[in-house]
Structure formats: structure tokens, C-alpha cells
Write a protein that binds this ligand. Structure first.
Ligand code: GLC
Length: 639
């Protein structure tokens, strides 16, 4: 078929090749894909320009055509999903969204097992499920699956690619979007690309950063940070077969990919299409900050990371517009918003990003019973693009690193270094008065950093409830995350206040990684107690469920609305206002074990307000009373 490009916006060769690839497609689908190609082509090209210079045109053409092929391979139900998402582009920003994250095997044995537990997720109100890495990893140790040996196979004991697609379909029918990891900074040393590189294949050697001697590695290492200083010091590994050093930011069996090579980019466009076409609706871009290396820098957050993400996203929008991207960038506050798009990247990079600072600040405020640092730190965040959302969380599968900014600490008269030390002491339970039972992860003798592992309940002090308020503290922490806006993510077990898995190190390959203390096997007998009044599980589950339901009905919780921090009218309370078009909401959280009063005049909403969580009215009060670890979500009464 030969049709002229009606808008003339595509290079003739791209238009012709796309038409060829779409030959045989139903006219309506062909038109749609061409429209998506026209719309996204400029973003593919300009995204690649920064990274690949003059080669960008050819790479863009190759990548865009891979995306068109991905669209052609897309099944009918997913094509419908694409249309639905295009007419409702803010679907993932809805206040109804609730995320849940777990390991397939630990939650339910296999992918088919997960399908059997969908009713549990629905009961909780889950609309988004992140299954931790499940593509074929290298044999253990494999960093919990973050060392992928084959992106097109599912780990054998969990099921098959067909099971994955079937589960994605089952979840979708239940209103749950499946999220998987896209590990794009590195592959397992056993991946075919690495094996071919070791076998001397020049093409695949170029997929990695390799060095004949220590000269360049030493030069880079002068400015690199240590990620696993305890267990995997250094960022380069000698490989005999390769006859050289290879870049390994994380473990020595996780080989960093060379994104300076456009072939690597194209491989990932193809992989994104493959995963989206199994029904995956969100890809978590693992360790995205590390993609681009530049001598003399920490090799994180380089501008090319954002331009390449723009190009990847634009390709995904051609192939599978239902797909959203989530940045896993555990970086400082000043860098984080860039992952949602700043300036020319606004609305063009990831749709979602983890709000690491919020997590850190919640735990920090609870330990210090002081909300000033939290207010200062969160206030420094510029507004995110209105088309994006934070992924908010209290815990995840990783440790908590105390990303407290020295300038923020200084602004409230504290030393950043001393506060980080205090937090490590508090959450590892060595500070007097602390009931927390976290474990120190990857102590760095050079910087003094001590990160912390542990289930949320154990960090809140549930096992050693020194003040009898641990459950209240835990619930407040959850409510703070739920009330901030975005997609709140629950880490498996926290919905039941599960405590640390004391037998975490009995699995040999886990024993040198204490993050497994908060990655338990789901005890379904304990989960059953959520229906038994008087149990801890019932208490926490019902309180969470209530908050999730209330939140779902609050227009002000739409993720496009910003949480604007209020001046700390009471130093133990953190408050914010969300000014939505339909509704404004003021959330106040008492981070302390004492009752607090927030002056009414410091609530920037007029009239008699209702706490959406309890239905209680503030009446004609001079102050809002917050019991220990209490929280209110104040709204104007419905018109
Ligand atoms: C991410 C993952 C973490 C993993 C690392 C390397 O940060 O969350 O678990 O160790 O990437 O893949």
C-alpha cells in the first residue's frame, strides 16, 4: 500500500518502512499506529540526539520500527487497553490506585498461585501489583533476581511466559495492573550477551564497559560511590576470559551495560515491546540513575539518562501506549524530580518515580518526634509535572538509606551527619528508648553510613513496644504515605504488621544479605487472622482498608494535585494542603507520642471542616486536637 504521509512530519524512509511493517493490519489499527508514530517520533529522535549525536537518526529509525513491530504483535485485548488508556491518560493518578509489591514465590509459590490469591488483593483494594524480578536470573546468588540471565524466560520454578501473560490477563480483569522490573543497568555475567563478549565476539564486547588495565577504572573510581561496600567493594571486576576489567556497579556478577552503544538501546526497545505484549502495564526502571557513565562524576543522574528515558518512553508510546514507566532512582531531593521530567523533559520521561525522600522523612520524623526537618525537606521539592505521580512507600524490598540532606538538616539547626547517625542507632535499636528492631545493612566505614533493614512493624517497635504506641505509630506512618498523593505502595506483609523474619539467614544464599529479614514468606495462617477481631492483624488490616477506601473517594487525592507543605504551626506535626479543582484537603499528622494541637488559623481552609477519616466535624474550634500519632484529612463539607 502506498499512502503519502499526510503531515509530512516523518522522514520518508521511516514513513515507507512503517507502512510496509503495517501492511496487512486492519486499516483502523494501521491509522492508529501511524498516528502514534507521528506523535512520538520527535521525542525518539531528540532523545537520542544527546546520547548518540549524528548516529541518532539511524538509531531512531531502527528503534521506531521495532516499536511499530511491537504494535503489530500486540494482542487484541491489549490493543483495546491501549485505547482505553489513551482516552483516560490519568488512569494511574486516580485516588483509587493502591500498589502492592511482593516476590511471586514468597507470596504464592508460582505465577498460578498468585492468580489464586487475587481475591486477597481485591479485598485490600489493590489496583497495581509489582511482582519482584521473575525473569530468568543467574543461579543464586542473584541479588533477589536483579541479575537477569534471560529477559525472555520466566524463572523456571515460577512458571512460563504463557503463565505470565495469563496472570496479567487475570489481574487486568480484576482491575489490577501488573508491574515488572526492567533491569536495564546490568545483566547477569551469565547472560548470552556477556557470554558472547567473553567468547571474544566484538559486537557483544561493545555491550559492556571493558578495560584492558586499571588505568581508566582507577580514574573513574576516584569519583564513584560505593553501593555495596561490605560485600562488593569497588565498581570493576577482572574477568579472565574477557582478559580485562568490566564495569560492575553492584555485584561482580552484575555486568553494567554500555548504553553509549546504540545497539543496547535498541535491545531494550525490543524487550519493552516483548514485556508489554505479555500484558505488563508498568515497567520499573531499575537503577535507572546509573545508565550513563562520565569520567569525573559519580556516574549517576547524567543528562543522557533523561534523554534516553525520553526516547525509550516515546518508543513505548508507539508500541504500547497503555504502558507506564516508573523510575527507580534513589537519589537526592534535588535530582529526584528530574526523573518525572523537568524543563524540556516535562511529561516526557517516567510517569512514576519512587518518593524516597518521603519514606526517609517519615521514619526520621517518627524517631525524632519532630516534623520540622520533614517539612523543610519536602517543601524543597519543586512541583512535579501534573501528568505524573509519585510512588509513595514506607518500605520496599531494599534497605533504608538515610538520604538526609545536610543543608535541610542545617536549616532546622541540626547536623546532617549526627542525625543520620541517630537514625541508624534508633532503628537498629541501640539508642536508649528505641524499641525498633532493624538490622544494620552495608556499614560504610569511610562515610559512616549505616543503612537499615527491617519490616515496617519492627521498625515501628511492635515487638518491643516500649511506649505501648507502636501500632499507632505504624498506622500513622501508613496514613502519611497514603495521604501524600500518588500511588501508595504496600510492601507484602506490612498490611498485616508482620514483623522481621527471624529465620531470614537460614537460606544459605541469603545469609550475607540481611534485606531478606523484610522479605518473608507469606504466612497465610497469620493473614487469615485479619478477620478475627482483637488480633493485631485485624486491627492493622481494617484501619488500612478504611483509609484506602476513604482515599479512593477523595478527589483531592488525585495525583495531579500537589501536596503543599504548611508552615510548622506545631513542631511535632507535619501538614499539607492539596488544592484540587473539585476539593481541597488538609492533612495533619502528629509524629509524636503526645497529644498535639494544630491552631485552627493555620488550617488554610475556611468554615466548618470534616475529617474524611472519621466523619467528625471540627466545629467552631480554635485548634485541631491530634491524639498521639493521630492524623486527620480535613475537607470542606460537600456542597
Ligand atoms: C535496585 C534494586 C536493588 C538491587 C539493585 C541492583 O536498586 O531495588 O534491590 O540490588 O537495583 O539491581
Amino acid at each position: 500500500m502506498s499512502v503519502a504521509d499526510p503531515f509530512g512530519s516523518l522522514p520518508a524512509a521511516v514513513w515507507a518502512a512503517a507502512l510496509g511493517a503495517l501492511d496487512g493490519e486492519a486499516p483502523a489499527h494501521r491509522t492508529l499506529v501511524l498516528a502514534r508514530l507521528e506523535r512520538n517520533w520527535p521525542d525518539v529522535l531528540s532523545g537520542l540526539r544527546l546520547a548518540y549525536g549524528d548516529a541518532a537518526d539511524a538509531v531512531a529509525q531502527q528503534a521506531a520500527l521495532l516499536a511499530v513491530a511491537g504494535a503489530v504483535a500486540r494482542a487484541e485485548d491489549l490493543r483495546l487497553l491501549d485505547l482505553r488508556r489513551l482516552v483516560e491518560p490519568d488512569w494511574f493518578q486516580s485516588p483509587r490506585m493502591l500498589g502492592y509489591a511482593c516476590y511471586t514465590d514468597r507470596f504464592a509459590g508460582t505465577l498460578r498461585g498468585v492468580a489464586e490469591h487475587v481475591p486477597y488483593l481485591q479485598e485490600l483494594g489493590v489496583t497495581y501489583l509489582h511482582l519482584m524480578p521473575l525473569l530468568q536470573p543467574r543461579p543464586a546468588p542473584n541479588d533477589g533476581g536483579y541479575a537477569v540471565a534471560d529477559y525472555r524466560q520466566v524463572r523456571g520454578d515460577l512458571g512460563t511466559v504463557e503463565d505470565l501473560a495469563a496472570l496479567a490477563g487475570d489481574l487486568r480483569k480484576a482491575g489490577i495492573s501488573l508491574t515488572l522490573d526492567l533491569v536495564l543497568n546490568h545483566v547477569a555475567a551469565e547472560h548470552a550477551w556477556a557470554a558472547q563478549a567473553r567468547a571474544g565476539d566484538r559486537r557483544y564486547r561493545e555491550y559492556f564497559h571493558t578495560f584492558a588495565d586499571r588505568e581508566q577504572p582507577d580514574a573513574y573510581e576516584r569519583s564513584l560511590l560505593e553501593i555495596f561496600p561490605d560485600t562488593a567493594p569497588g565498581s570493576f571486576t577482572w574477568d579472565d576470559a574477557l582478559g580485562g576489567w568490566v564495569w560492575t556497579t553492584f555485584n561482580d556478577w552484575q555486568w553494567d551495560l554500555n548504553w553509549h552503544n546504540p545497539d543496547v538501546f535498541c535491545e531494550f526497545v525490543d524487550l519493552i515491546c516483548f514485556l508489554a505484549n505479555q500484558g505488563v502495564e508498568c515497567l520499573r526502571l531499575d537503577a535507572i540513575a546509573f545508565l550513563w557513565k562520565r569520567l569525573g562524576t559519580q556516574c549517576q543522574n547524567q543528562p543522557e539518562v533523561h534523554s534516553l528515558t525520553q526516547a525509550l518512553r516515546a518508543c513505548a508510546r508507539i508500541a504500547a501506549p497503555a504502558l507506564v514507566l516508573k523510575a527507580e532512582a534513589i537519589v537526592g531531593p534535588d535530582q529526584l524530580v528530574k526523573y518525572l521530567g523537568v524543563g524540556r523533559y516535562e511529561g516526557r520521561v517516567s510517569d512514576l518515580a519512587y518518593h524516597n525522600s518521603l519514606m526517609v522523612q517519615v521514619w526520621s520524623a517518627l524517631a525524632s518526634q519532630d516534623a520540622r526537618l520533614m517539612t523543610t525537606a519536602l517543601r524543597r521539592f519543586p512541583a512535579k509535572p501534573t501528568s505524573t505521580a509519585w510512588a509513595t512507600y514506607l518500605r520496599c524490598h531494599d534497605d533504608i538509606g538515610w538520604a538526609i540532606d545536610d543543608a535541610d538538616a542545617a536549616a532546622v539547626g541540626w547536623s546532617g551527619e549526627a542525625h543520620r547517625r541517630f537514625l541508624s542507632d534508633w532503628y537498629s535499636g541501640v539508642h536508649p528508648g528505641s524499641g525498633a528492631r532493624g538490622l544494620v545493612f552495608q556499614e560504610n566505614p569511610v562515610t559512616g553510613d549505616r543503612r537499615i533493614s527491617g519490616m515496617a512493624a519492627s521498625l515501628a517497635g511492635v515487638e518491643h513496644d516500649v511506649d505501648g504506641l507502636a501500632i499507632g505509630r505504624l498506622l500513622l506512618a501508613h496514613l502519611t504515605v497514603l495521604g501524600f498523593g500518588g500511588i501508595p505502595l504496600l510492601w507484602m506483609g506490612d498490611e498485616l504488621a508482620l514483623t522481621n523474619d527471624e529465620s531470614w539467614d537460614s537460606v544459605r544464599e541469603h545469609s550475607d544479605d540481611n534485606r531478606w529479614v523484610h522479605r518473608p514468606v507469606m504466612p497465610w495462617d497469620v493473614a487469615a487472622r485479619r478477620h478475627d477481631t482483637g488480633t493485631r492483624e485485624h486491627l492493622v488490616w481494617t484501619a488500612l482498608l478504611h483509609a484506602v477506601r476513604v482515599r479512593a473517594g477523595l478527589p483531592a487525592m488525585h495525583a495531579a494535585v500537589e501536596s503543599e507543605l504548611l508552615d510548622a504551626a506545631n513542631t511535632a506535626v507535619v501538614g499539607w494542603i492539596r488544592r484540587g479543582r473539585e476539593q481541597s484537603l488538609v492533612a495533619l499528622h502528629n509524629m509524636s507520642s503526645e497529644s498535639q494541637v494544630w491552631p485552627r488559623h493555620a488550617v488554610p481552609l475556611a468554615g466548618c471542616l470534616t475529617d474524611a477519616l472519621t466523619g467528625a466535624s471540627t466545629g467552631e474550634t480554635t485548634g485541631v486536637l491530634l491524639p498521639p500519632y493521630g492524623c486527620v484529612w480535613l475537607v470542606e463539607p460537600a456542597a
